[in-house]
Write a protein that binds this ligand. Structure first.
Ligand SMILES: NC(=O)c1ccc[n+]([C@@H]2O[C@H](COP(=O)([O-])OP(=O)(O)OC[C@H]3O[C@@H](n4cnc5c(N)ncnc54)[C@H](OP(=O)(O)O)[C@@H]3O)[C@@H](O)[C@H]2O)c1
Length: 246
């Protein structure tokens, strides 16, 4: 995306890092955010060596004020913002019973409220500019509850429904809206999974597919393609056929 002024949350590892690498071309300006600043600094060095301009922000997406400051600082430095990719996310807190509520509510704090905190300051700028593209990273998990993953799946479902509404809200103001729903992708999040992950993708391949979907202004992009075939079946499965994930 030549001349892009692209802000990515969760750029310190996994899909976010791979997206930054895929988007780092000479005329592009990137804003990379996460909590682990040393990783962002290292990535900045690598991407600037390729000719991209990179700004890094140590920020927790759960902090609305800090996100607003980071997005404003980026837009002021870059001379605007063309894309916000709200990618930061955490995995499930686990099962309903057997611990504190905080395990599950924190998943919403990052995966839903963190996405809102990222999108609002970007949307304000984009409406002013009358242009821009808001992107969230949802998941194929957002289409059905699964035991042991219900909080994560519900957080991704919330993102899907929000993005559907935001798209309709903003279309008259020149702002595009896309929700990306990946299947299993190589990252820190999947690195600890101890079950078979069907249709597993390397992070760089996933990033290339995501960039293409953004360029094509997809409303919702489910990938790899096998999930587009399977999801309509999975949502109709009787309870006894729903997989039990440890
Ligand atoms: N990998 C998959 O198979 C898969 C499939 C579907 C959807 N997704 C989604 O893809 C997105 C990226 O995940 P990933 O798989 O690439 O996992 P990952 O390697 O664990 O990356 C997660 C990123 O989010 C950041 N993050 C987490 N909590 C944060 C917070 N409170 N504030 C700011 N940044 C935070 C992390 O950075 P710091 O720890 O440095 O803050 C990290 O950069 C997530 O939304 C995930 O749900 C992943």
């Amino acid at each position: 995306m030549k001349d892009g002024k692209i802000f990515i949350t969760g750029a310190s590892s996994g899909i976010g890092k791979a997206l930054a690498e895929a988007l780092a071309v000479p005329d592009c300006t990137l804003g990379l955010a996460a909590r682990r600043m040393e990783r962002l600094q290292q990535l900045k060095g690598e991407l600037e060596a390729r000719g991209a301009t990179v700004f890094v922000y140590q920020v927790d997406v759960r902090d609305a004020k800090a996100m607003e400051q980071a997005v404003d600082a980026f837009a002021n430095s870059a001379g605007g913002i063309t894309h916000m990719i709200a990618n930061a996310g955490v995995k499930s807190g686990g099962r309903l019973a057997g611990g504190t509520a905080e395990r599950l509510t924190d998943v919403f704090a990052v995966n839903v409220i963190g996405v809102i905190n990222s999108l609002v300051p970007a949307a304000n700028r984009m409406v002013e500019q009358q242009s821009g593209h808001l992107v969230s990273i949802g998941s194929v998990a957002g289409f059905r509850g699964i035991p042991g993953r219900s909080d994560y799946n519900a957080s991704k479902s919330a993102v899907q429904i929000m993005m559907d509404g935001f798209r309709l809200e903003l279309r008259a103001q020149g702002v595009k809206v896309t929700n990306i729903c990946p299947g299993f992708v190589e990252s820190e999040m999947t690195g600890t999974n101890n079950f078979h992950m069907p249709f597993f993708l390397k992070a760089d391949k996933a990033a290339r597919l995501i960039v293409k979907a953004i360029q094509r202004n997809k409303k919702t992009y489910i990938f790899p393609w096998q999930w587009r075939v399977l999801l309509p079946i999975i949502v109709r499965l009787p309870d006894w056929l729903v997989p039990q994930v440890r």
